[in-house]
Design a protein around this ligand. Structure first.
Ligand code: ATP
Ligand code: MG
Length: 362
């Protein structure tokens, strides 16, 4: 991908369930923030995926959507609910997983930062989990081991974990470069006392990249089991935490919950050229269509996307828009305007209007 630097096309995928509410709300906030920051209008490219795409294209993830994403450097992916797809699509493929794999979005970045006005188990938490997204034991995402899991007999199941130097190097660079923009501290998570070859390689390569290329960044490492206890007891002490796929998956759910709630936890998935904003939560079918969903997680994900997209094309308007969105969302919640999941009374639309108004403030 990577067209020219004036290309402000951003993809948008509604997905399923509350995606139909939180994605348009996020789009409005992004458009307003970019304009308020002095930028030209965002050129939205809307792409079908999920239940809507089954109706219109006969498949939850049309080839035309994948082809369009290949031409884009940034997009917002709404939540999807593949368990609700009719046969033969039910559970067959998770669109988000296919997209991550197809575009090799190897870095899953999940900040956990407590928000003023949101009760959290670890106050003052402000860390970022940098999760390797392509390897380890996660068979369906595994590039080298094919199916990954298999059963040689009906009574024995095996799984192959893959760790490569190349994947460790690139995720390490992501983590250390991020740490330089923060408190300059990286914690490497592994289990090298038991999985000494695989997670040992992860630990050693990450440490090596840090020592060689980022001498100004402090490094330590933790066994994953000990890390869970440290996060609960002293989560505020961590800055950037880099972990292989499964450890990062588990730890980021933990830190998300410790710092706030599902409705506030943002994330991006990125490669060296492309970035996808995706909330950590799912399609929440139980509240879909009721104007109750919290768009915070997706709005903050979109801000992360704009930061990276803007930085990569040296567009200060996009970066400025990201700051505006973050400030507006935080100050809205701090002022007591919040959705039901946070104990507030605001609907999705009331919350969004307040964020929009604050986004436009000077
Ligand atoms: P998935 O398998 O896609 O991760 P899930 O079963 O883990 O989905 P979610 O869709 O994330 O579930 O929802 C879990 C619970 O949290 C539900 O009760 C849902 O209503 C609530 N929830 C999730 N996201 C939000 C949100 N943005 N605003 C309000 N409530 C939410
Ligand atoms: Mg879930």
């Amino acid at each position: 991908p990577t067209a020219n630097n004036s290309d402000k096309r951003i993809g948008v995928i509604l997905g399923d369930g509350i995606g139909h509410e939180i994605v348009p709300a996020t789009q409005r906030v992004v458009t307003a923030a970019v304009t308020a920051a002095g930028g030209a209008d965002v050129d939205w490219v809307t792409l079908p995926l999920g239940l809507g795409a089954i109706d219109s294209h006969g498949t939850p993830l049309p080839d035309s959507t994948l082809a369009a994403l290949a031409e884009l450097d940034a997009w917002i992916l709404g939540p999807h609910d593949s368990a609700a797809y009719p046969e033969p699509f039910r559970g067959q493929l998770t669109p988000g997983g296919v997209i991550r794999k197809k575009f090799d979005l190897f870095a899953n970045i999940r900040p956990a930062r407590s928000l003023e006005g949101v009760a959290s188990m670890v106050p003052d938490m402000d860390l970022v989990i940098v999760r390797e997204n392509t390897e380890g034991l996660y068979a369906d995402r595994n590039m080298f081991a094919g199916s990954g899991e298999f059963m040689p007999t009906p009574d024995v199941a095996l799984a192959v974990g893959v760790v490569t130097r190349r994947a460790c190097e690139r995720i390490a660079h992501t983590a250390f470069a991020l740490a330089r923009t923060r408190r300059r501290h990286v914690t490497i998570v592994h289990k090298a006392n038991v999985l000494s070859l695989t997670t040992g390689l992860f630990r050693d390569v990450c440490r090596d990249v840090g020592e060689r290329h980022y001498p100004d960044v402090q490094i330590d490492d933790q066994h994953v089991d000990a890390m869970t206890a440290h996060l609960v007891r002293r989560g505020r002490d961590f800055d950037v935490v880099v972990a292989e796929n499964m450890f990062g998956d588990i730890l980021s759910d933990l830190t998300g919950e410790l710092s706030g709630s599902l409705g506030t936890a943002p994330s991006i998935n990125s490669s060296d050229t492309q970035v996808m904003a995706q909330a950590a939560h799912g399609a929440a079918p139980d509240i879909a269509g009721h104007n109750r969903a919290n768009p915070t997680a997706l709005m903050l994900s979109a801000a992360m996307m704009l930061d990276l997209f803007g930085e990569r094309r040296a567009d200060r308007h996009l970066v400025g828009a990201a700051t505006r969105i973050r400030d507006a969302v935080r100050s809205t919640i701090a002022s007591g305007v919040a959705t039901a999941d946070l104990g507030g009374l605001a609907s999705t639309s009331e919350f969004t209007e307040t964020v929009l108004a604050r986004t436009l403030r000077r």
